[in-house]
Design a protein around this ligand. Structure first.
Ligand code: NAP
Length: 254
């Protein structure tokens, strides 16, 4: 019997920010494909842990505030590797957004977003790439980018900078690490119904503007990103390097 190229049995994935939203759906999707999951969260991931355990997979609960810099990353990796032998897949999902006009934007709102969305994704990827190389693992790194990896957005300058930065880093890391059998790619979700977009969905005018532009005619659901993530985490994507895959109901095609 041949194994499906999408099968992730015997793999372990680290997913950041998986207590809710897209991260939760990604963690569950990876577990459905056979993975054990190391969840890196600052809040308790009760539901995610329950659902993954029900699937017969292990869920390892690691707590960290990813705005804390390299010491936090070193600590969370050490804690993870004391509970699992290796990690094969990293999904940099944790992210925040701050809304204000560029003309009024504060240094705090700049730093807060860049630290979590871009800096922690860079240094966590670096730490995992060292692990992959040391253990001779054909690792997979998947960044969760955004439509604002391609577009400017409205009133979210630090978010746009972080997500455009992630698309660039996806290519830069892929260029360097493909030779080590590490695939680095990103998923750019379109407009997905999560906490992150609650304010937009409550704003009647913006909600209508957004829906009118999506060819699929609906907000995405968190589960919509799980399949593409399983693909990029699997050996089916062994020859996919440095790409940012839009999962957007056609938003960018307009
Ligand atoms: P969400 O529901 O707000 O979830 C964000 C996750 O990141 C939560 O688990 C959150 O933990 C975690 N997080 C935030 N700051 C953290 C920190 N300092 N340390 C550790 N974890 C932290 O948002 P989402 O919509 O699922 O977004 C997930 C990712 O997709 C983000 O990178 C976002 O930019 C991206 N994205 C979302 C959309 C969309 O339409 N929803 C579109 C494009 C891209 P807490 O619960 O503890 O805050």
């Amino acid at each position: 019997m041949t194994t499906s190229p999408f099968d992730l049995s015997n793999k372990t994935a680290m997913v950041t920010g998986c207590n809710t939203g897209l991260g939760q759906a990604i963690a569950i999707g990876l577990a459905q494909a056979g993975c054990d999951v190391v969840g890196v969260n600052r809040s308790e991931p009760t539901q995610t842990a329950e659902q993954i355990t029900q699937l017969g997979r292990r869920f390892i609960d690691v707590r960290a505030d990813l705005s804390g810099g390299n010491d936090v990353i070193a600590q969370l990796l050490q804690e993870s590797l004391s509970q699992v032998r290796t990690i094969d897949i990293l999904v940099n999902n944790a992210g925040i957004i701050r809304r204000d006009n560029a003309i009024d934007f504060t240094e705090q709102d700049w730093d807060d977003v860049i630290d979590v969305n871009l800096k922690s994704a860079f240094f966590l990827s670096q730490a995992l790439a060292k692990h992959f190389i040391a253990e001779n693992i054909a690792g997979k790194i998947i960044h969760i980018a955004s439509m604002l990896s391609f577009q400017g957005g409205i009133r979210v300058p630090s978010y746009t900078a972080s997500k455009s930065g992630l698309a660039g880093l996806t290519k830069a890391m892929a260029n360097e690490w493909a030779a080590h059998n590490i695939n680095v790619n990103a998923i750019a979700p379109g407009y997905m119904a999560t906490n992150n977009t609650e304010a937009l969905r409550q704003d009647e005018q913006r909600n209508a503007e957004i829906l009118n532009r999506i060819p699929a005619g609906r907000w995405g659901s968190p589960a919509d990103v799980a399949g593409p993530c399983v693909f990029l985490a699997s050996s089916a994507a062994d020859y996919v390097n440095g790409t940012t895959l839009a999962v957007d109901g056609g938003w960018l095609a307009r």
